[in-house]
Design a protein around this ligand. Sequence first.
Ligand SMILES: [Zn+2]
Length: 432
Amino acid sequence: MQASITRTRSRAAVLAVGLILFGSLPTSAADRPSETVLVFRDVDVFDGSRMIRHTNVLVRDGMIRGVGTDVAIPPSARVIDGKGKTLLPGLFDAHTHLGMTYAEAFLRDALDFGVTTELDMGGADATIALRKKLATGGPSDLADLRTAGTVVTVPGGHPTEMGGPPQPTLASGDNVQGFVDARIAEGSDYVKVIYEHAFPTLTKQQLEDVVAAAHRRDKLVVVHVSTQIEARDAIAAGADGLAHIFADSPPEPGFAEFAAEHHVFVIATLSVLESAAGVEPKRWWEGDARVAPYVTPSMRGALERAMPPAFAEKVKLPYAEAAVAALRRAGVPILAGTDAPSPGVAHGSSLHRELELLVRSGLTPLEALAAATSEPSRTFGFHDRGRVAVGLRADLVLVNGDPSLDVTATHDIVGIWKLGVFHPRVRAEVSR
Ligand SMILES: [Zn+2]
């Protein structure tokens, strides 16, 4: 089958819609936030934890300057009618990978679906370079980025089997503090550890030592696990977060309470587990007119790729969903993350699938939205984003409808702003 897919920036279409909705819009990413005063009028706001109905939001210089019905609308303001719409903080995907080749395309895909911040959970030197470039004002049509940099793994450990470029590994007897310090010196924002017994992996002692070494430098430690036993070991070793929930066994009584007592957070990544479990959810995006037109070739490549069938024997989605439900009841912070671009999950679009799966696992829609906004922001120590509140970045997503009632309303994106700059979405036109 030959599929020819072209990615076109249909600015004309975007603008035609924009003119109807907004009156006038910035016409290019070169429009700087400092010249723009923006008011969302009579809009419902999800502020990161709750809904504020029929309010106004004022944006100036790329920042949120006012929230409330008493916000005065300056004559120069660009006014956006928010009736029937919901304004959300820009979304986080708390577990992604950018790799070496398509990093910028992935971050563009992310922003196209309202993901304004990605947390890379293990990447190449190129990821650190891109993170630094964005920190000093790189391309404005990309999602912002934080990165774990090079993961902590042992010789022969995951992901060295995947054949990427050679990477430093932690051998038995190596100086753990030196290894962790080298990652931090390279630019790791937090430390990601691979604790995965399908391959050679760290001993429990090494795991504890890595956690201690990172904590000595005030860095968070996030641990890749795939089994319940690994999850318990990581929590016992003092990890701050799990990069996945396990899906190998039903959560044992007391597991969630154990996690809660240790103040750990969990990035659920149900969407990649759904893919690994071999569930074919009728290609959730294909029949959705709110999503399909924006699935770019780079997204499609990931979404259509299947996991090796062997995973399906080990990964049972209902176990993962039960674990998420138990963690939620125990008060453990749950974060939305996809593990894009693993087979079956894509940057940007899959975050919306993740929200749906979180709700299916028992989170309320508000809790799922918090898992993609205020929770990752708080957990990873951001002070400038994750909520709609005065003084924070105007990273915003406007959607039709009310995602606090039906979380899939986030599929229906009306507009995306990063630092107050309107982001024209890309339509991927597909011909076969
Ligand atoms: Zn990952």
